[in-house]
Design a protein around this ligand. Structure first.
Ligand code: C2E
Ligand code: MG
Ligand code: MG
Ligand code: MG
Length: 252
């Protein structure tokens, strides 16, 4: 598919409201309380069914179309957050993934309980500087910002040095290495590093009790993963928050 054709496909999907946002609860591992959620896009494709980001984001990135998707996700999240507010449900803070400069955040900081997750997307040094500037701008607008997928290809120590992130998200890769000596050593010093930098830490991809016990032992209390909950449709997530539910469900 050529770039123009793809732009039309994305615009049409936006017009037809085919993109959806699901919410993965983020949990205080010490208490099981839900303190927020990560917004994750899905595409309800008319022929192919429900598609995960891995099936369509790479093509959008390659063709410079991520701003279209980011704007749509931000619109949906704001709509959902507004609905929760009206119903008196404490749905936030909601973490939104942003790939690129996305206009339309100005003035939202006071209004809505959002924060933004960022990684470097570009191979080019110059474009990455653009992302750093953007991240700093979000912070000046009053948002908290999280460095996503820390330690993986697009999330480097250099970026950590350049941008005043509030939150560091430990990538699932390192969580899956708990139980191995090297992986545990890297996690322990990364947690210590984040603390020394005054950052909060959120662990991704929690799948076992052993992983959770290790993280709690080493001073990381916040996380998300299938152990607690998969990404949920909006209504289910809101229901959890309305009930003040603790996770994991039925295991406490
Ligand atoms: P991410 O931001 O690192 O999001 C976490 C991914 O890990 C999600 O996949 C989530 O469903 C998955 N995950 C959560 N817990 C577990 C677990 O315990 N085990 C395993 N195996 N996986 C887990 P998803 O939804 O497929 O998203 C993939 C990536 O797509 C995201 O990675 C993010 O980089 C990107 N993405 C998702 N939604 C958006 C969006 O709205 N905008 C932008 N720009 N990027 C997005
Ligand atoms: Mg993320
Ligand atoms: Mg992540
Ligand atoms: Mg990740």
């Amino acid at each position: 598919m050529g770039k123009e054709e793809m732009r039309l496909t994305v615009s049409e999907a936006v017009r037809n409201r085919e993109y959806q946002v699901w919410y993965q609860p983020q949990v205080d591992m010490g208490t099981g309380e839900i303190f927020g959620a990560e917004a994750l896009v899905r595409w309800r494709h008319p022929q192919k069914g429900l598609l995960l980001p891995g099936n369509f984001i790479p093509a959008l990135e390659k063709n410079g179309l991520m701003p279209l998707l980011d704007r749509e996700v931000l619109r949906i999240v704001r709509r959902d957050a507004g609905e929760a507010k009206k119903a008196g449900i404490p749905a936030g803070p909601i973490s939104v993934n942003l790939s690129t400069f996305c206009a339309g955040t100005k003035g939202l900081a006071g209004e809505e309980d959002l924060l933004f997750e960022i990684t470097e997307t570009a191979k080019e040094e110059e474009e990455n500087r653009e992302i750093w500037r953007f991240a700093k701008q979000l912070r000046e607008e009053g948002f908290r910002i999280a460095m996503d997928d820390y330690g993986m290809g697009r999330s480097t120590l250099k970026m950590l040095c350049q941008v005043p992130f509030d939150i560091l998200k430990l990538d699932r890769y390192f969580i899956s290495r708990i139980g191995e000596e090297k992986g545990e050593t890297i996690l322990k010093s990364t947690i210590a590093l984040a603390k020394d930098l005054g950052m909060e830490i959120v662990a991704e991809g929690l799948e076992s009790r052993e992983q959770i016990a290790f993280l709690l032992r080493h001073g990381c209390r916040l996380g998300q993963g299938y152990y607690y909950a998969r990404p949920l449709e909006k209504d289910r997530y809101f229901q959890f928050r309305a009930e003040g539910k603790r996770l994991p469900e039925g295991r406490r």
